[in-house]
Design a protein around this ligand. Structure first.
Ligand code: SF4
Ligand code: SF4
Length: 333
């Protein structure tokens, strides 16, 4: 049975009273662990004192919580300080990578993401929570356009990285979808890469390997996402419309579209070379393209389009091209 401490952890994730989330916490930690998490931040010594636990037991518990993805370390003048997840997304993404998670753990998360996550996102957006991520267009579709920003190129983000790790996609893990190899598509950079390599949930890859993977993902119809803000990227997600915790809410209703910032680009169609084969319509991850029978070319819903460039990249007849539709300031500094 989830305890009061487990319930309190749910409240800290802004989902008070969630029975499903309480069961998730209960699978991860017993009551003493939950109390340690509630007592964070602190060093092992400070947490041991706050929770009246022997230091060696506290250190062992903190190690396990770190491994499970619910305690995070940072080096401070007073020593290693542990903190709990800052918000539900961090909690989800790190803890579903827990290598020893039972099957039921993913089932609970899958149920949560389908039923309780959209109302949470709606509430967060209502309270002014900033957009979660932005779309990075496929570079080959925008590279030649004047005014492209450095932070809009996946190859630039990779080039600027000091350390890169390849990890399992948290959304694909949660949904237990796709084969194991196809789940390994999440790129973490610098701090996130170090964290995942140390925790054993990611493996270091070279810049060349990262670029090859990104290219392969584009060919498989996956959309690149990164930090909403401009500047050095800290991750590049490669997302599918069936599992992604961003695309799925985006598709649910207009209000939830605030979760994702589109790129500054949108495709336009040239009817002349279009062969009406519908390839662009089929690959669009958000259903923004329609192709009526007998129409000379597809139509694009500009309000729905996220500017990923997949349609442009997939058109074998060169009938689609990207153009800039938003100013550079659209990407927050
Ligand atoms: S993929 Fe190209 S040729 Fe095919 S329908 Fe779309 S625009 Fe036309
Ligand atoms: S129409 Fe669809 S596939 Fe094309 S850029 Fe927009 S979201 Fe991407």
């Amino acid at each position: 049975m989830p305890t009061v401490a487990h319930q309190e952890l749910c409240s800290r994730m802004m989902v008070p009273g969630s029975e499903r989330l309480a069961r998730i916490w209960e699978m991860l930690c017993d009551e003493a662990d939950a109390k340690l998490l509630l007592a964070m931040p602190g060093t092992a010594q400070e947490l041991a004192e706050k929770c009246s636990l022997p230091l060696d037991e506290t250190a062992r518990r903190l190690d396990e919580l770190y491994f499970k993805g619910v305690a995070f370390e940072s080096e401070k003048p007073q020593g290693t300080v542990f903190r709990a997840p800052r918000h539900l997304i961090q909690f989800h993404d790190a803890s579903v990578q827990w290598p020893d998670a039972p099957e039921a753990y993913y089932d609970e998360w899958s149920g949560f993401m389908a039923n309780e996550y959209p109302p949470l996102v709606r509430m967060l957006l209502d309270t002014g929570f900033p957009v979660f991520m932005r779309v990075l267009p496929i570079s080959d579709t925008v590279k030649s356009l004047e005014g492209r920003l450095r932070c809009e190129g996946v190859e630039n983000i990779i080039e600027d990285a000091d350390m890169i790790a390849l990890c399992m996609c948290p959304c694909r893990l949660t949904e237990k979808a796709h084969d194991k190899a196809s789940r390994e598509v999440c790129i973490q950079i610098n701090k996130g890469a170090n964290y995942n390599i140390k925790r054993g949930t990611g493996r270091q890859i070279t810049k060349e390997e990262a670029l090859a993977l990104l290219h392969e993902c584009e060919g498989n119809g996956l959309v690149h996402f990164t930090d909403a803000k401009a500047g050095l990227g800290t991750f590049i997600c490669n997302c599918c419309d069936c599992c992604c915790a961003i695309i799925r809410p985006y598709m649910k209703d207009e209000k939830l579209r605030g979760i994702l910032a589109p790129s500054r680009y949108q495709p336009r169609v040239d009817p002349e070379p279009c062969m009406q084969d519908g390839v662009c319509r089929d690959i669009c991850p958000v259903g923004a393209i329609t192709l009526e029978a007998g129409a000379p070319c597809p139509e694009i819903d500009a309000d729905l389009c996220i500017g990923c460039g997949l349609c442009v990249d997939s058109c074998a007849f060169g009938a689609l091209s990207m153009r800039q539709v938003r100013p550079p300031e659209f990407i927050p500094a």
